[in-house]
Ligand binder design. Structure first.
Ligand code: P53
Length: 485
């Protein structure tokens, strides 16, 4: 009973939110480097140069004019540039992870650190950086779990190819994949292709200028082909590789048992299932093909693409789980929330974080059941956590009982899914195990870590690290393999 013996307890991060060193060691620019900070109330903005050379700003989830290129304004603060400086603190941080007893650590490789333009030019210094990181992890027996691409597209590919809407990116990505697979084949066993593939739709994340369905799904097709080829290539390079996909999973409940509400919720869930269907089952589901027909989306495929997708299915599903949502057929129930004005329906049975995310531990068990029943492959909870403002007490301590409470309930829910539902669960890597920049708002204020980093939204802070109360709590959870919560 309980979690398996070799359960992968750890924590998760991403290069653009954690690493910093945005121009150090030969790294090229990535799209995320041109996105300024925002807040719960204020959306993040892209700074760009138009074809005519005018400097403009635009919504980070919107479209850019044709020919616009990413631009960094020296007067502005961009949180990714230094982030929380893993680049210079990796030894110290990994020692802290080891102290918590981590069995694994999830990080992403910055594509532009390996291939500064995203093309076939290599940066040896970047490759060496990750060698150092992996060696440091392995020294403590910590298994690296690598996201090959977490939201950051090399800016050169966005500026010159319109990002992933151009099929050429498949070849460039495969070159990057082959490089890192070959280089790290004896150091890394667990891989994931694209982070939250269902959230990739604009310049910020995949370098496409037009954020509409046609561009989003054409890019998704290229991502699917790239991922499938990557899986096949990886298995050839090292048959022991475990290569997963990664989806942002936000299960939706119907607002009521009224069939119209239920249908609304089916449609919401299907959008996420689409990405898993393609990458786990190996084909486009009928519901999506019909939706394309209805909405006039035409996917340009090349001969052989369907076969590639069928042959390159993933070994496991990695997913992020923070919250559930609600679907309603009545538009008056839908409110726009947050700096990015996401449509949402409030669940009257659940509490929310200060950023409006509904806390729903049972929703995690429900998700594990649904995904395991539907796909029957191992599952890996690669992100989960509670973004909150932390306070340093007069004695220097940080008493984050709210975070401990959140994790306690979510680990218990996973345990039920394993013990009561028979789900094959590989591991658990809470998000932002050390404080890092929020993806949604660009804030430091929205913290997730067991480890506090002195870095603030006005760019101050000396990056010093300290353990929060949750640090020792999580240590004891790992020590007891999830028995002592
Ligand atoms: P932040 C929204 C909803 C669910 C997951 O998010 C999301 C987002 C993006 O805002 O993204 C993942 O930092 C993502 C991470 C991100 C984390 O969730 O907005 O994979 O990069 O930091 C938490 O609070």
């Amino acid at each position: 009973m309980g979690f398996k013996k070799d359960f992968l307890w750890g924590g998760a991060t991403a290069a653009n939110q954690y690493e910093g060193g945005y121009l150090s060691g030969g790294k090229g620019l990535s799209t995320l480097d041109a996105i300024a900070g925002g807040s719960h109330e204020k959306p993040r903005m892209i700074t760009y140069k138009t074809k005519e050379g005018k400097l403009e700003t635009g919504w980070s989830r919107g479209s850019l004019p044709e020919g616009a290129t990413g631009y960094i304004d020296p007067e502005l603060f961009y949180p990714s540039h230094e982030a929380t400086d893993f680049y210079h603190h990796y030894k110290e941080d990994i020692a802290l992870f080891a102290k918590m007893g981590f069995k694994c650590f999830r990080l992403s490789i910055s594509w532009a650190r390996i291939c500064p333009k995203g093309t076939d030019e290599l940066n040896e210094e970047g490759l060496q950086f990750y060698d150092n990181v992996f060696d440091e992890l392995l020294k403590y027996g910590i298994e690296p779990v690598v996201t090959m691409n977490h939201f950051d597209t090399p800016m050169y590919l966005a500026d010159n190819y319109d990002g992933w809407s151009d099929r050429k990116l498949i070849d460039y990505f495969l070159f990057f994949a082959e490089t890192i697979f070959t280089r790290y084949k004896d150091k890394v066993k667990y891989w994931m292709t694209f982070n939250e593939i269902n959230f990739l739709r604009n310049w910020t994340t995949i370098g496409v200028h037009t954020a509409d369905d046609q561009h989003k799904y054409q890019a998704a097709h290229h991502l699917f082909v790239a991922s499938a080829k990557t899986v096949q290539l990886g298995h050839k390079i090292n048959p022991d590789f475990q290569i997963g996909m990664m989806v942002a999973y936000i299960p939706s409940y119907p607002m009521s048992c009224r069939p119209e509400d239920v249908m609304e919720s089916v449609s919401f869930n299907r959008e996420q299932e689409f990405y898993m269907d393609v990458q786990v089952k190996g084909y486009y589901p009928a519901q999506k093909l019909k939706a394309f027909e209805r909405t006039g989306v035409v996917i340009k495929k090349e001969e052989g693409d369907d076969e590639i997708i069928a042959a390159g299915t993933v070994d496991y599903i990695g997913f992020s789980y923070y919250m559930s949502t609600v679907s309603s057929a009545n538009p008056e129930n839908v409110k726009l929330i947050g700096g990015n004005q996401q449509p949402a329906v409030k669940n009257p049975y659940l509490e929310e974080s200060a950023w409006g995310w509904a806390v729903d531990p049972l929703g995690l068990r429900i998700s594990l059941c649904k995904l395991y029943d539907r796909y029957n492959v191992p599952l890996f909870v690669v992100e989960n956590g509670f973004g909150a403002e932390d306070k340093i007490e007069a004695d220097g301590s940080i008493i984050d009982d709210y975070r401990i409470d959140y994790f306690k309930k979510h680990v218990a829910a996973m345990k039920d899914a394993v013990d009561l539902d028979g789900v094959d669960l590989m591991g658990y890597t809470p998000w932002g195990c050390i404080d890092l920049v929020s993806a949604g708002t660009g804030e430091m204020k929205k913290r997730y870590g067991f480890i506090y980093v002195e870095r603030y939204d006005d760019g101050t802070g000396d990056f010093s690290r300290r353990e929060k109360k949750s640090f020792n709590w999580y240590k004891q959870v790992i020590e007891s393999n999830g028995e002592n919560l």
